[in-house]
Design a protein around this ligand. Structure first.
Ligand SMILES: [Zn+2]
Length: 93
């Protein structure tokens, strides 16, 4: 399993344990099933890592290597909660 770095806590974890996101038209689009093409960024599905990512300057743009608008934080927190209930992400939970 390939390993990727979380943009929140900076830990390296297996790709399948992380929430992937990509960019579409300059916006960050979460890709919980890892199906969308293009460069991806990764985040642990945890509220503390979402918080950590929003405290950093611009980790989304850095991870995606282009200037992107930060996604709506509340929406991302809701998604993370859904993932933690085991409804998304393959091979976890
Ligand atoms: Zn993390």
């Amino acid at each position: 399993m390939p390993r990727r770095t979380c943009i929140g806590c900076g830990l390296v974890r297996e790709k399948g344990e992380l929430l992937r996101f990509v960019t579409r038209n300059g916006l960050v689009k979460p890709d919980p099933e890892g199906m969308l093409p293009g460069r991806g960024g990764y985040l642990c599905p945890s509220t503390s890592c979402v918080d950590a990512a929003y405290k950093k300057k611009d980790p989304f743009s850095r991870a995606l290597r282009q200037s992107v608008k930060k996604p709506d934080k509340q929406g991302l927190l809701e998604l993370v909660k859904t993932i933690r209930k085991g409804r998304l992400l393959k091979g976890t939970g």
